[in-house]
Design a protein around this ligand. Structure first.
Ligand code: NDP
Length: 302
């Protein structure tokens, strides 16, 4: 992970916001610029392949953003659009074909997959050394044993945002609301690896407000609009809102921003908080994978 530095511009107190805003858009731009610098030392172009199955409109937008990001850092990118009716077996074969390509260093299978396809066997098929999303069992296992290499993009982006405040994580009470494999569970592990005291909440948690009120660091990844309200937040807490919920034409997070900003010490906006950082981490992971490949196979023409 690129060492984050406190960003005076990304940490902006605005007139209407009591909390300091954690600007993921600016931080992501800084990271892309660092990636472009690092790229100068490479003798080849990192390549990212994104696999989309079906035509989920939100996925199509996310993938377009990812392609644009690749252009910004001069990576090669390709999108493999496969029909929703594809069988699990054919999809896995497709992934295996990408594993074998020398010019592709990172592979991402865009979620969600159609209901007819189980996601885990497809993720399992991605070679760990091409796992740009950090979701294969090998990379998640490395995270579990505190050997962070390729970490899942959203949790990695959240850690960057938290570290950009310059505030220590060690010894802090961290609460993750949500325990998904994609976000909640790995971000909790990453905070634990940084010596926070971590509590997970989920749909069966009975005393949610009581637990969230204890959080110095509160990460909310639920997917329910504005489920976290001001009374649930400890004054001065660092609040990371992962949720993306469409309400008509408007996007809102899982945190009731307008009231929580009056209580929190730091807060991420939606949009413009975690989302851009997730994409920046995808680039960072792809670069790491490309560099690792070139170091492990000096004679291979990649
Ligand atoms: P999942 O649906 O996989 O997980 C949601 C989690 O929230 C589950 O652990 C669930 O508990 C928990 N939950 C549900 N209801 C409650 C409740 N009432 N109280 C407490 N916990 C509850 O979602 P994801 O983790 O994939 O995504 C979460 C949100 O983050 C979504 O809005 C998604 O769009 C967004 N997202 C944003 C990204 C970004 O880059 N900004 C990237 C990825 C996701 P249980 O396990 O018991 O079911």
């Amino acid at each position: 992970m690129i060492a984050p530095e406190p960003l005076s511009n990304a940490l902006r107190k605005t007139e209407n916001v009591s909390a300091t805003l954690l600007n993921g858009t600016l931080l992501a731009k800084r990271i892309r610029s660092q990636i472009r610098s690092k790229l100068k030392k490479l003798t080849f172009t990192p390549g990212l392949a994104v696999v989309q199955v079906g035509e989920d409109p939100a996925s199509t937008i996310y993938i377009r953003h990812k392609q644009r990001d690749c252009e910004k850092v001069h990576f090669h990118s390709e999108v493999h659009r496969l029909p929703a009716e594809i069988t699990q077996e054919r999809l896995i074969q497709h992934v295996e074909g990408l594993n074998a390509r020398q010019d592709i260093h990172g592979i991402l299978v865009q979620m969600p997959l159609p209901d007819s396809i189980a996601a885990q066997p497809v993720i399992d098929a991605i070679a760990p050394d091409k796992d740009a999303d950090g979701l294969t069992p090998v990379n998640l296992g490395n995270l579990l044993i505190n050997r962070e290499r390729i970490t899942p993009c959203t949790p990695a982006g959240i850690i960057h945002l938290i570290e950009s405040t310059g505030k220590p994580v060690a010894g802090k009470q961290a609460v993750c609301v949500g325990r998904s494999q994609l976000v909640g569970k790995p971000v909790g592990l990453m905070l634990l690896n940084r010596h926070a005291t971590v509590t997970y909440c989920h749909s069966r948690t009975k005393n949610l407000t009581e637990v969230t009120q204890s959080a110095d660091i509160l990460v909310v990844a639920v997917g329910k609009p504005e489920i976290v309200t001001a009374d649930m937040v400890k004054p001065g807490a660092l609040v990371i809102d992962v949720g993306i919920n469409a309400i008509g034409h408007r996007l809102v997070g899982d945190v009731k921003f307008d009231e929580v900003k009056e209580v929190a010490g730091f807060i991420t906006p939606v949009p413009g908080g975690v989302g851009p950082m997730t994409r920046a981490m995808l680039l960072e992971n792809t670069l790491k994978l490309a560099r690792a490949r070139s170091q492990s196979a000096p004679n291979r023409s990649i």
